[in-house]
Design a protein around this ligand. Structure first.
Ligand code: GAR
Length: 195
C-alpha cells in the first residue's frame, strides 16, 4: 500500500480538508497531509495549523507569474509532495504544476460531472443550477485535474436523489456530508492501486 505526502489547496472553510486529515489520524488512509496552501488567510487554515501542519498563503497579488509558481514549487519540493488535493480551491493551478503532477492531482466537485462543471461553477452556484434545471439526481465527484476546469478523468462519484422540495442549501448540506466520506475513499483507491 502506498502512502502519499499530500498538499491540500483550499479557499474556504476547509471541511473537506478536515475530513481527510481526520481520516489520516484515524488510520483510514495511510497518506498524510504535509502542507496546506490557501490563496487567502481563510478559516480552513485553523485546523491544520492547530495540528502543526505547515500552511502557506500564496496569492497571485503582488507576485509575478514566475514568483507565484516558484513559491508553490519550492514548498511542494521541500515537503516531498507526491499528491495534491484541491479541496474547495477556487483558483486555477499553474499549468507547470498540473503537468509536473500528472495523474497526481485530485479535485472534489459538488455535482455529477461532466454536468454542472466549468468556470464559475463552485459552491452554492452549482446546487442552484442543479435544482433550477430540474435534475433528479446530484452528488459529488472526485476527479483527476488536467488543464481544463472540471474536465479530468473521474475517479469516484456518488449519486443521491433530489427531493421534490429540495432547496439548494439542503442539497449542499447533503452533498457535503458525502464529500467528507468519498474524498478519503478516493485517496484510499490511489493508495491501493497497483502500478
Ligand atoms: C465543497 O463543496 C467542494 O465540493 C466545492 O467547494 C466546497 C468546499 O467546501 N468545490 C467546488 O465547487 C469546486 N468547483 P470546504 O472548504 O468546506 O471543503
Amino acid at each position: 500500500m502506498k502512502s502519499y505526502n499530500i498538499a491540500a489547496y483550499i479557499s474556504g472553510s476547509g471541511s473537506n480538508l478536515k475530513s481527510i486529515i481526520d481520516s489520516s489520524l484515524n488510520g483510514n488512509i495511510s497518506s498524510k497531509v504535509r502542507l496546506v496552501i490557501a490563496n487567502r488567510d481563510v478559516s480552513g487554515l485553523d485546523y491544520p495549523r492547530s495540528l502543526g501542519i505547515d500552511t502557506a498563503v500564496i496569492s497571485r497579488d503582488n507576485l509575478s507569474r514566475d514568483e507565484f509558481l516558484d513559491a508553490q514549487l519550492d514548498l511542494l519540493n521541500r515537503h516531498k509532495i507526491n499528491l495534491i488535493i484541491l479541496a474547495g480551491y477556487l483558483k486555477k493551478l499553474p499549468p507547470e504544476i498540473v503537468r509536473k503532477f500528472n495523474n497526481r492531482i485530485l479535485n472534489i466537485h459538488p455535482a455529477l460531472l461532466p454536468k454542472f462543471g466549468g468556470k464559475g461553477m463552485h459552491g452554492m452556484n452549482v446546487h442552484r443550477a442543479v435544482i433550477e434545471s430540474g435534475e433528479i439526481f446530484s452528488g459529488p465527484t472526485v476527479h483527476f485535474v488536467d488543464e481544463i476546469y472540471d474536465n479530468g478523468r473521474i475517479l469516484l462519484q456518488q449519486k443521491i436523489e433530489i427531493g421534490p422540495d429540495e432547496t439548494p442549501e439542503n442539497l449542499q448540506k447533503r452533498v457535503l456530508e458525502i464529500e467528507h466520506r468519498i474524498y478519503s475513499e478516493a485517496i484510499k483507491i490511489l493508495e491501493d492501486r497497483e502500478e
